[in-house]
Every structure is written in C-alpha cells, then in structure tokens.
Ligand binder design. Sequence first.
Ligand SMILES: NC(=O)c1ccc[n+]([C@@H]2O[C@H](COP(=O)([O-])OP(=O)(O)OC[C@H]3O[C@@H](n4cnc5c(N)ncnc54)[C@H](OP(=O)(O)O)[C@@H]3O)[C@@H](O)[C@H]2O)c1
Length: 315
Amino acid sequence: MIKRILGKTGMEVSLLSLGTGGARQLGQSIGYSMYDQKRLVKAALDIGINIFDTATHYGDSESILGECLSGIPRDSFLLCTKWPARDEMNNTVDDPTKLIKSIEKSLKRLQTDYIDIMLFHGIMPHEYDLIVESLYPTMARLKSEGKIRSIGFSSRFSEDPAQKGIELGLSKHPDLWDVVMLKYGILNQSAAAKILPLARNHNIGVINMAAVRVKLPDPTLLEQLIAKWKSSGLIDTDSLPTNDPLGWLVEGNVKSVIEAGYKFAAEPTTVSTVLTGTASIEHLMANVECLEEPYLPQHHTDRLKTTLSQIIQYA
Ligand SMILES: NC(=O)c1ccc[n+]([C@@H]2O[C@H](COP(=O)([O-])OP(=O)(O)OC[C@H]3O[C@@H](n4cnc5c(N)ncnc54)[C@H](OP(=O)(O)O)[C@@H]3O)[C@@H](O)[C@H]2O)c1
C-alpha cells in the first residue's frame, strides 16, 4: 500500500482509506451484521489501510467502527470523525458546549481517548466566519488538551459543488487548518483550479471523499449525466461517446470505470488519501490493488481534464 503524508499533521496515511458514510455506511444500509462489519474492517487493516473516516451522522458508524477496532493497537490506525455545526432545523450552531458534548460522545462511541482528525462536517461559505469565530477556539483548546490531534473541515459539495467553503477557508485562514476533506474526481474536477494548489502551498492534508459515489458505478446514470451535460452545452457533443461514455478508460491494467475513478482521484500528489465507501471486501481488494499504480495513462488523464474540468456541478 502506498503511503502519503497528511500535510502538516505529519501523519502517514494509506493512499486508500475506508469511509463509513455514503450509500453503504459500513454495510448498515444493506443489512450487515457486526460479524460482516468486523470482517470488512479487519480486511482493510490486513491490507494496509490505516485511516478510517466516520461522522456523528452516519447512522451508528462511529459505534460500529469503535467495536470493530476494539483490541487493535490504537497507534496502528487513524480515526477521522466529523461534527456538523447544524441543529435539527439546519441552522448553524455557534454554541461551543454542543461541540464539546458531541466530541465526548464520539470518543465514547469510538472507544478511544483521542481523535486523530476532527472535522467540522460540511461548512458552507455563508457560515464559515461564524464557525471560525464561535467554535474554532474550542477545537483548538481540545487539540491542546490532546483530545483531538488535528483540525479541519469538509465541504458540503451537494449544495456547494464548487466547494467555495473550502476555498474560502484555505485562502483566509490557511494556518488554522491541518486537514480538509474535499471531493475531487472524474466528474468533479473543480478543486484542481484553486483549492488543491492552496492546500499544497500551505501543506494542508487533503482527504478525498466520494470520488466514485453513485454515477461512476452505474452505466445508465452515467450515460444520462453525460447526455445532460451535452444537451446543456457544458461539453461538446462529440467529446465523449453516447453509449458507455467513459468505457475507453478500461484498458491495460484499468479493469473498470470505477478503478479509473479511484486512480484519477489519487493522481494529484496533494491528495493524501482517497476514501472508498465500499462495503464489499472483494471491491475493497480491487480498489487497493488499482491504487498500487495510482495513475491512468497520461493521454486518458489529459482527455478527462480537457473534456470535464470546467464543469462545476454536483455529480
Ligand atoms: N461532506 C463529507 O464530509 C462527506 C460526504 C460524502 C462522503 N464522505 C466520506 O467519504 C466516504 C466515501 O464516499 P462514498 O461512500 O460515496 O464512497 P465512494 O467510494 O465514492 O463510492 C462508493 C460506492 O461505489 C461502489 N464501489 C466501490 N468500489 C467498487 C468496486 N470496485 N466495484 C463496484 N462498485 C464499487 C460501492 O458499492 P459496493 O459497496 O458494492 O462496493 C458504493 O456504492 C464516505 O463513506 C464518507 O466517509 C464525506
């Protein structure tokens, strides 16, 4: 397993990491038992994955992950979790006691004394200043007390596809942030223009999330999406085939469009680790194997960038 450094945290992370949100939520959405979940997490550890992502709002993922990792030496893996600074009415929360209580609960559920990477879950540009002013000082205190080891935030890419929240944070306060979690993939390349260079220049660790998600694994959805982008003039009609529009990526050691998706996501060296949200051990092994060589042929990377890099849409 290739390892990269998570920016200024200095943490060595496996290039593929396991996410416990998304469609699968560590198998919660497809009826996995604790036995199945333990097998998945053990398979990930055995193959060299050393970083696991969770969040307070991924069903019971934090507790399940805590159970799956109990008994494993704590210094052999890294935990990332997140807290949304939002209340039930979707209003931004500015009360630091809520953050403290939530982190205490996360520590219990994860069966640990510290969280390696603690993120604000999905910051929108309009709430960024409030969160920094009202909540960041508490995060910083918890870091100085050793309850968390690094601080960051993720984007809310479904509502903010250009990830302007991340761009704002990295432009305005690069010294505050150790890590960001963003989405960069074949169908979502906008982070390449400003965000990845900002992260690189300020040595901020980048965790790449949801790089494959829903449309890359589903040929019908992918065809529909590309057709929509063509008909709305976002891409040239002859730039990609109508049927199986990304099938040309499957060549040589690239066995599927999904593998191409993970490789593309791992290609910028500013990306420290790429999350996979699979719940299948077979798929996990395939994804690890494909990142042993995390590069598509250069002409394929170039074609993807030329064709799709200007699109800023949730996909
Ligand atoms: N704002 C945020 O902070 C935020 C937002 C979104 C996600 N995240 C994090 O990012 C993680 C990754 O995102 P994601 O869960 O959407 O994962 P993803 O890795 O982008 O996509 C997972 C989907 O792809 C399928 N898949 C993966 N590998 C495959 C393979 N080799 N062959 C066939 N199908 C494959 C999975 O199905 P199978 O289970 O069948 O393999 C699953 O449906 C999340 O789990 C979460 O931890 C964070």
